[in-house]
Design a protein. Structure first.
Length: 247
């Protein structure tokens, strides 16, 4: 009788699925929207673990990682830049405690409202438009229409990368139209005649025109405390295997 009861209990135990783990990820919009949100549903389905994803900023993600609140800090900045950003907020972090792993690359795309009729900009023209030196589309072969630069307030990593590559470090025009997220940039450009903006490749739509210009690529990093543990490594490997964007 006792052996029968034990056998039944063993069968019940074996039939109960293992408790799923939660892998917490926090970081900037570029990294979150490009790498981690796209894999969330499929990763959870295939691995059985949950990805809890918070979009804030690379700095906030790294601070949360240092405090043990998340497993991965995600960003499109080199780790040294993120640590410098944390220091500006009064948080001093030890570089030796973190490991930064490149998981992919994000292609930034310059988009314009279709009313301008411009399809191509050289680097000098692109720089002129975004710094305010070119203020009318007719100066670059388009309609006689004022240029409005749409700039994201919540797209810090993208802004830094774009400014560095496209503007040679010069500041974007102060006479800009502020937007928030990548999606909001695309939506604003679609609805505002004469406007131009930069967003991630995933946010382009038929409602805007992609401008043929210089390549602007932003690396995406997963930062961990020490080397990635097996669960975190499985997330990194899943993105590489399933999406193949690692260069």
């Amino acid at each position: 009788m006792k052996s029968t009861v034990l056998a039944v209990l063993l069968c019940i135990a074996l039939s109960v699925p293992a408790i799923a783990d939660e892998i917490k990820i926090e970081g900037g919009g570029t990294a979150i929207s490009t790498v981690f949100l796209p894999i969330k549903r499929r990763y959870e389905k295939m691995h059985g673990d949950y990805l809890t994803i918070v979009q804030s900023s690379a700095v906030k993600g790294l601070i949360a990682l240092s405090e043990g609140k998340v497993d991965i800090a995600a960003g499109a900045h080199p780790l040294e830049d993120i640590i410098a950003g944390a220091a500006k907020e009064g948080v001093v972090l030890d570089r030796s405690k973190f490991v930064s792993t490149q998981v992919g690359e994000n292609e930034l795309v310059v988009i314009a409202n279709r009313a301008s009729e411009v399809t191509r900009l050289s680097k000098e023209q692109l720089k002129g438009v975004f710094t305010g030196k070119i203020s009318n589309w007719k100066e670059v072969g388009g309609k006689d229409m004022a240029v409005t630069v749409v700039w994201g307030k919540e797209t810090e990593a993208q802004n830094v990368q774009f400014t560095r590559i496209a503007l040679d470090g010069e500041a974007v025009t102060g006479a800009r139209h502020d937007a928030t997220t990548y999606r909001n940039i695309a939506e604003t450009v679609a609805g505002l005649p004469g406007s131009i903006g930069v967003t991630s490749h995933e946010m382009t739509t038929a409602a805007t025109r992609s401008i043929d210009t210089i390549a602007i690529v932003s690396p995406i990093y997963a930062i961990t405390r020490g080397n990635p543990n097996p669960k975190v490594q499985s997330v990194i490997d899943f993105y590489k295997t399933e999406y193949g964007f690692l260069q």
